[in-house]
Design a protein around this ligand. Structure first.
Ligand code: F6R
Length: 365
């Protein structure tokens, strides 16, 4: 049931503190300062020997793969490739020995992801599923895997599955990191940061009424740009996809610094830009990107973690989210973007849980 929520999507957005707790339950080990997973079906020797990881999936699951790439490379220093499943299966790229292939999927039924895993498995590579639906086709086809335990996701737009995918990928990076060079202290710190995540997401959800107000100002837009860097670049893609699929507004996500190489030509007074800019490594750079957009007359919505006069001066709207370490920002910063697309879609009279032309699991190529 919808538990008093008007749509499944809204219910699932609000479930995220719990679905994240469920993703972590029993998987954080303080004694060894690492993560533990039951179903990888690989020996410690096989895992230690992994020299490359391929992350593959479609749509939102491909976005969490991009987040996973940044996490695994930062914490485990293992080279990662992210591939659209639909491209991987026909592109026939050379894949080195000791490559581990992860299929990321909520439904476990996406035809392209299943085919990409089967094709790499046929070539003799180890395949794992990062999957929500227990016993699904992809869960069965892979050599092993990790379940998200997010509970059923009914709304067609993926929300809680996305945050759980990012969370499991963070634990996976911790796990691979601790197998290699990561110290006990660093592992322990990451565990603590993960444990604080559900509360941070809970706090992020309190932006709901502010986001609804902002949604009513911009619901008539025909184009929206989403901009962010590093860990918030996939968030920009995800925010744009959410808006497109349920409100039918054209939206694009870009790494903020790519703006000046073309997309900035789209900026005018009818085209809002959403800047995802919690404080971090590229904060000042994104601030100047935002200034460039503002100077060209584009309305600006900033998603920020700190009250700051400079942001208030440049941005037309500011949505506050709690401060978390950079690798967890994609999970927290996705919250206002999910809510923004939700409220805009409702205001436009769209069928939020069942958008036109879309199915919950895409079992055709
Ligand atoms: C976006 C969305 C789709 C799915 C994609 C993959 O909100 O729901 O883009 O993410 O079809 O589906 P799964 O994860 O089930 O393989």
């Amino acid at each position: 049931s919808m538990n008093g929520y008007e749509h499944y999507m809204l219910k699932e957005i609000h479930e995220q503190p719990d679905s994240l707790r469920n993703a972590m339950r029993g998987r954080l080990n303080d004694e060894d300062a690492t993560a533990v997973f039951g179903g990888l079906n690989l020996t410690p020797q096989q895992l230690r020997g992994v020299e490359r990881i391929i992350l593959t999936g479609c749509g939102t699951s491909w976005h969490s793969a991009l987040v996973g790439e940044y996490m695994i490379e930062e914490f485990a220093r293992i080279p990662v490739c992210v591939e659209y499943a639909s491209e991987l299966r026909y592109r026939n790229p050379p894949i080195e020995n000791n490559t581990l292939v992860f299929g990321i999927t909520q439904s476990g039924e996406t035809a392209d992801t299943l085919a990409a895993l089967n094709e790499t498995k046929r070539k003799g590579h180890r395949t794992l599923a990062l999957c929500n639906v227990v016993g699904s086709s992809i869960a069965q086809a892979a050599d092993g895997g990790i379940y998200l335990h997010a509970g059923p996701e009914i709304g067609v737009a993926s929300t809680k599955a996305y945050s759980s995918q990012c969370c499991v990928l963070a634990m996976l990076s911790l796990y691979f990191g601790r197998m290699r060079h990561m110290s006990f202290e660093s592992g322990g710190r990451i565990i603590e940061e993960l444990r604080r995540l559900p509360a941070a997401v809970e706090q992020a959800l309190t932006c709901d009424s502010e986001v609804r107000r902002i949604a009513s100002k911009y619901a008539e837009a025909s184009n929206v740009l989403y901009l962010g860097r590093r860990y918030n670049f996939p968030t920009a893609l995800e925010g744009a996809l959410k808006l497109k699929e349920i409100s039918y507004i054209h939206a694009e996500g870009y790494p903020a610094a790519e703006m000046k190489h073309g997309p900035i030509a789209l900026v005018d007074k009818h085209t809002p830009s959403v800047f995802i800019m919690p404080r971090g490594t590229t904060y000042d750079k994104v601030m100047s990107n935002m200034e460039e957009v503002k100077a060209r007359g584009g309305p600006v919505i900033a998603v920020a973690s700190h009250e700051e006069a400079q942001i208030r001066r440049i941005a037309d709207e500011v949505i506050m989210i709690p401060e978390v370490p950079e690798f967890l920002q994609p999970i927290v910063s996705a919250i206002p973007l999910q809510l923004l697309s939700y409220h805009i879609a409702v205001l436009r009279g769209c069928d939020v849980d069942k958008p036109r032309n879309l199915a919950k699991s895409v079992t055709v190529e």
